[in-house]
Ligand binder design. Structure first.
Ligand code: LLP
Length: 419
């Protein structure tokens, strides 16, 4: 659990009692640890020290401004997938020249704003996007440094919804078309191909698919150089998977050594775009048991967080550890609980028949490994306000996104005058 541990019988985030935060903020809420964010970033920086490599944090995993700012202070760049994220990255202090813009469907307006902001690189994923970018760049009188994202047709061996590198996936340009498309790119006004990008999926816990994809990228680099392109950079996509339950992701040192073995003598600057591995295990979701409902067939812990707050279990059958905030007695017997939220769908289930220490009404529980794709994917379904995000740093904590009131939510809507 790292930064989250029991002290004096209560779960703490660094030196702060989760009970104290719950009292101050109310439940449910997300809770992040600065020390963990910093440790995860430093692990990447350390593993790749000595290589010409840089980290562009994938904002989509957790785009809270305070989280971004934490990484900015460590020297991170950003991988963004919308102009909204680009503006967040800039607002979080990340310089434009460290921002990479990825995504399969960037609009012309987004491309224009990215060019006006003078970001480092745009990763192009289709011929029409390339042509649109050329037109927009020409109209602005600028040259867009680009990567073409290639689809290496490699099975990432992860959940189908987050695998992106097979030929049937919507992402990137088919590997066998890549040379033609670089040729086209080089011929278009306002475009300068400078990089190759690849990303085969998320939550990878094995190095082999990464290696296969990177080897294909290296082979393509040689071909492109032979074709006369001046490719100086490689963008290797998202980072390693993390431990949610008992996954054993590779060591960063092994990952870095593998990257070096493939790219070390290519004379390219390497960009890494980790998201989950920087923030996932730096965050928890704290929730209160509203009721324990003992039925004839199941025992339900009905908690005040729901699928709108953390959708990963509903969407990907994802596992998140669940622990009580009050440390259970040593040797407490475990009982199977279905841990569910209050939303009116059976899919609003966090865990089925999960062995847990005894839980009672009003107990606090923590969902672990919730720092990535938690708050960032939340919604207001059932008119449940977005829940607060809290950042701990040593013995301090701060609310980094307050909970809106329902009145504020309603005030954002408009009823037309014919109603
Ligand atoms: N770069 C690109 C182009 C990406 O599409 C992604 C993630 C990343 C980097 C960051 O990958 P990471 O280091 O986080 O694995 N919502 C899903 C995960 C979706 C990932 C999408 N792309 C989940 O909750 O598991």
């Amino acid at each position: 659990m790292g930064a989250f541990a029991y002290r004096y019988g209560v779960l703490h985030a660094e030196s702060v009692s989760v009970n104290d935060i719950a009292r101050a903020v109310g439940t449910p809420f997300y809770l992040y640890s600065t020390a963990a964010l910093e440790a995860h970033y430093s692990a990447y920086a350390g593993a790749f020290a000595g290589q010409d490599a840089g980290v562009c944090y994938a904002l989509k995993a957790n785009s809270n401004l305070a989280v971004i700012r934490t990484f900015t202070r460590l020297g991170s760049g950003a991988d963004v997938v919308s102009v909204g994220e680009m503006k967040r990255a800039l607002a979080g202090g990340i310089p434009a020249e460290r921002i990479v813009f990825s995504g399969v469907g960037k609009t012309r307006e987004e491309l224009r704003e990215a060019l006006e902001a003078k970001i480092h690189q745009i990763n192009v994923e289709s011929i029409p996007e390339l042509e649109a970018l050329s037109a927009v760049a020409s109209s602005l009188g600028v040259v867009a440094p680009i990567a073409i994202r290639v689809n290496p047709d490699v099975d990432a061996k992860t959940h189908a919804k987050i695998a992106t590198g097979k030929k049937e996936n919507k992402f990137g340009i088919d590997y066998d078309q890549a040379r033609d498309i670089y040729k086209l790119a080089a011929s278009l006004p306002g475009i300068k191909p400078v990089s190759i990008a690849v990303h085969i999926g998320s939550q990878l816990t094995d190095l082999a698919p990464f290696r296969a994809a990177y080897e294909r990228v290296a082979a393509l680099l040689h071909q492109l150089r032979a074709d006369g392109h001046d490719i100086q950079r490689l963008d290797l996509g998202g980072g390693l998977g993390i431990t949610y339950k008992n996954e054993a992701p590779p060591d960063l040192a092994d990952y870095a050594a593998m990257v070096r073995s493939i790219t070390g003598n290519l004379g390219c600057r390497v960009t890494l775009e980790p998201g989950r591995s920087l923030v996932g295990n730096a965050g928890i979701l704290v929730s209160r048991v509203i009721y324990v409902k003992q039925g004839l067939h199941r025992r339900f812990a009905i908690v005040d967080a729901a699928m709108n707050d953390l959708i990963r279990p509903s969407l990907y059958e994802a596992y998140h550890g669940i622990i009580p905030v009050a440390e259970p007695e040593a040797g407490a017997a475990l009982e199977p609980f279905d841990v569910v939220g209050p939303v009116c769908e059976s899919g609003d289930t966090f865990a089925v028949q999960r062995p847990l220490p005894p839980l009672a009404d009003d107990d606090l529980v923590a969902f672990l490994s919730a720092g990535a794709y938690g708050a960032a994917m939340s919604s207001t379904y059932n008119t449940r306000p977005l829940i607060p995000e809290v950042l701990v740093n040593g013995d301090r904590f701060a609310v980094i996104r307050p909970r809106p009131t329902v009145e504020e939510m309603l005030a954002a809507e408009r009823v037309p005058d014919w109603l």
